[in-house]
Design a protein around this ligand. Structure first.
Ligand code: GLA
Length: 406
């Protein structure tokens, strides 16, 4: 049996169909609430090709929305317990949660935090959906570093748009979802994940300038290239102290260097000011400054089809995240090492950890036609090296959040 067959989600190596997910969810909704849904919305997860831990430094990121969606179905309840009562269920767990739009309890932490936070952000902007029954389904692996939480927030805001018939500016939608993550999930994230989920475009990478909150769409349409994502299945937990600590270190570095954010520093300037920073702060800053430069360089190389350069920059990004920013983990390092070992002769262009780190996934660019063989090799060797089961899948850049039915 091959590694792909042995993987619990073997059939999911290719992208699951959004149409089938929606159809299944409609049936599940009717079973749960006794009537069909009136509204169905979808928001994708994301994978970041390069530009890690740069978003909260006003820098550049280069993600794509993935063909894995969180879908929410909803309807007006027949006899709501109150005119602002939300009943929420998920296909991933039993039971029902209930809350009121007039009392969204930011300090309460459970899976509905993301919904409550997004509802609160919408209410602040004058969009009030009223009482609803909702059912959530996810094809974005949870806690896998593919932004399932951002997808849930953005899907919720999209649901509010569908129900109220009002449209949020997409960047404003991303911002309100980022606010939800800060205030209802306690995670001081940057804008990348919510932005990618809200504004993702089919066939396009997003080169996001996180200072201006604008994105250039860069086509990923080379028929010889595939994006392979491999989940280490090591769960990342970003509400731990590491992420806020990294943010604080970056802010301290910017302050010492006399700039608004590390975005404003070049490698040369950083080297010239090295004496002013302690070793850890210097290395954190070196990662961010270098990563910004790598991200711009990777976007330029990708545009001109210079895959060798893109690959080299991806490996350099991983090394920097591992050694200077210290957000990788042994399992992610093994996955990248195995991909590098296959190398360009074997069809691998480049590989790196993606997302916040401490677990989650790697992103690997591979030559079309070699993706299964490469995934199988890596996952088999990963099992031998770590004892763990890695889950691979391929994706193309996908459409961002949208209303499926209203
Ligand atoms: C998490 C955060 C993002 C970003 C990445 C690291 O995914 O939510 O805002 O900071 O980590 O690049």
């Amino acid at each position: 049996m091959s590694a792909l067959d042995a993987s619990p989600q073997a059939s999911e190596f290719e992208s699951p169909s959004l149409g089938a997910q929606v159809a299944d969810l409609k049936v599940a909704f009717e079973n749960a609430y006794g009537a069909p849904p009136q509204w169905v919305v979808a928001a994708p997860g994301r994978v970041n090709l390069i530009g890690e831990h740069t978003d909260y430094n006003d820098g550049f990121v280069f993600p794509l929305a993935i063909e894995r969606y969180i879908v929410i179905a909803a309807a007006r309840p027949e006899n709501p317990s109150a005119d602002d009562a939300i009943r929420a269920r998920s296909t991933m767990m039993d039971g029902e949660a209930e809350f009121r739009l007039s009392n969204l309890q930011p300090e309460r932490r459970d899976w509905t935090s993301y919904l409550r936070g997004a509802f609160a952000g919408c209410l602040d902007r004058g969009l009030n959906p009223g009482a609803l029954n909702v059912l959530v389904d996810s094809k974005v692996p949870l806690g896998g570093g593919l932004s399932s939480s951002a997808a849930l927030e953005v899907a919720t805001a999209t649901l509010v748009e569908a129900v109220t018939g009002q449209t949020l500016d997409p960047v404003e939608k991303a911002r309100l979802c980022q606010w939800a993550e800060h205030n209802y999930a306690g995670m001081p994230c940057g804008i990348m994940d919510q932005f990618s989920s809200a504004l993702g475009a089919e066939g396009k990478l997003l080169l996001i300038d996180c200072r201006t909150e604008t994105a250039e769409l860069v086509p990923l349409d080379d028929p010889n290239i595939e994006v392979l994502v491999i989940n280490s299945n090591v769960k990342h937990e970003l509400t731990g102290s590491e992420y806020p600590e990294r943010r604080t270190q970056c802010e301290a570095a910017a302050k010492t260097l006399g700039v608004k954010a590390l975005r404003d520093v070049t490698s040369e300037q950083l080297e010239a000011a090295r004496d002013k920073l302690d070793d850890v702060t210097y290395r954190r800053a070196r990662h961010v400054v270098g990563e910004d430069e790598r991200t711009s360089a990777a976007a330029a190389a990708l545009r001109s089809g210079d895959w060798d350069t893109v690959g080299r920059l991806m490996y350099a990004s991983h090394d920097s995240l591992r050694d200077d920013f210290e957000v990788s983990c042994p399992e992610l390092d093994v996955l990248v090492e195995l991909a590098a070992g296959i190398g360009s002769e074997g069809g691998v262009i480049g590989s790196r950890m993606t997302g916040g780190g401490f677990g989650g996934c790697t992103v690997t660019l591979v030559r079309k036609g070699r993706e299964r063989e490469i995934a199988e090799k890596i996952c088999t060797a990963y099992k031998e090296r770590t004892g763990g089961e890695a889950t691979p899948f391929v994706t193309k850049p996908a459409k961002g959040s949208h209303i499926v039915q209203d």
